[in-house]
Design a binder for this molecule. Structure first.
Ligand SMILES: Nc1ncnc2c1ncn2[C@@H]1O[C@H](COP(=O)(O)OP(=O)(O)OP(=O)(O)O)[C@@H](O)[C@H]1O
Length: 271
């Protein structure tokens, strides 16, 4: 994927039943880069990501991939380039993990189950890197939340798209898998040139994994740029309504966000 293949949403106005929840938002996801979307609950992150994945119709705005309008792509063409790990996917009962992951190959198979020579290796790779190979035969409705999350991710990875949109991929995962999945996200960008757009709640994870961060608040983009540019104490405190301090890792210089401890907050209130 070349630099021209930047995936862009521009001027997106998004609503539910006449209530606009995202206002004139623009987000670009670039090959080889990880772009994190952060913001408080209800700020519009999932809606924006779903609109980028053509799952929520925009009232206004455009989607483009390089110089091509995304509206010109058929469903199958779109699914070969862009995939979304969404939240709250319905869980089919009695379907084994391997079959669910195999569903990720749907854009390559079509109605008549056309030959898909790369399918088997793509599925095996996706299951391996997400750590679900050992549960291939288990029914997805028997899995824990974290196991299921990894199966959905494997399904997206089996799709082998240039653009990967992930809505809270670390949801339900224990500490080890959170680290593994974020490392995998970084590797996909660095080694395979994948363009990643990822919703994260943990601002420290966002600062760790992302090249760029966009912060949303009440449907309005507050800032876009490097973690150090976006994550300032004033901005994070104002958006989240909580005093925070910004830290710097002495070795990596990476920024971190630390809520001001409750004892200090109480003392500040008393002063
Ligand atoms: N299906 C829906 N019908 C009506 N309103 C909705 C629907 N889904 C979301 N909303 C509203 O749209 C706004 C944005 O929601 P969205 O889920 O995009 O936010 P979010 O930033 O992803 O939130 P969270 O961090 O809690 O997942 C919220 O006010 C929410 O209540």
């Amino acid at each position: 994927m070349s630099e021209e293949n930047v995936f862009r949403g521009e001027g997106l106005e998004l609503s539910y039943h006449d209530r606009t929840v995202v206002h004139a938002a623009s987000l670009s996801v670039e090959p080889g880069r990880v772009h994190a979307l952060v913001g408080p609950n209800g700020s519009g992150k999932s809606t924006l990501l779903r609109a980028m994945a053509r799952l929520h119709k925009a009232d206004a705005g455009t989607l483009s991939l390089g110089d091509q309008a995304v509206s010109t792509l058929s469903k199958r063409e779109f699914a070969r380039v862009i995939t979304l790990l969404s939240q709250n996917r319905p869980v089919p009962s009695g379907v084994p993990v391997a079959e669910v992951v195999e569903f990720g190959r749907h854009p390559y198979r079509g109605k008549w189950r056309a030959k898909d020579p790369e399918g088997a290796s793509a599925i095996a790779w996706a299951m391996k890197v997400t750590g679900v190979s050992e549960m291939a035969e288990r029914g997805v409705d028997e899995l824990s939340g974290g196991e299921l999350q990894r199966v959905w991710l494997a399904c997206c990875l089996a799709q082998q798209t240039d653009v990967l949109l992930l809505d809270e991929p670390t949801n339900h995962l224990d500490m080890r898998y959170q680290v593994d999945i974020l490392d995998l996200v970084r590797d996909l960008a660095d080694e395979h040139g994948v363009a990643v757009g990822v919703v994260l709640h943990d601002l420290n994870q966002a600062a760790d994994v992302a090249d760029d961060i966009t912060m949303l608040h009440k449907g309005v983009i507050q800032a876009t740029g490097s973690p150090a540019h976006v994550l300032t104490a004033d901005r994070v405190s104002a958006v989240y309504g909580l005093p925070v301090a910004i830290t710097r890792d002495p070795v990596t210089s990476q920024v971190g966000v630390q809520p001001v401890h409750r004892t200090v907050r109480r003392l500040q209130q008393l002063a």
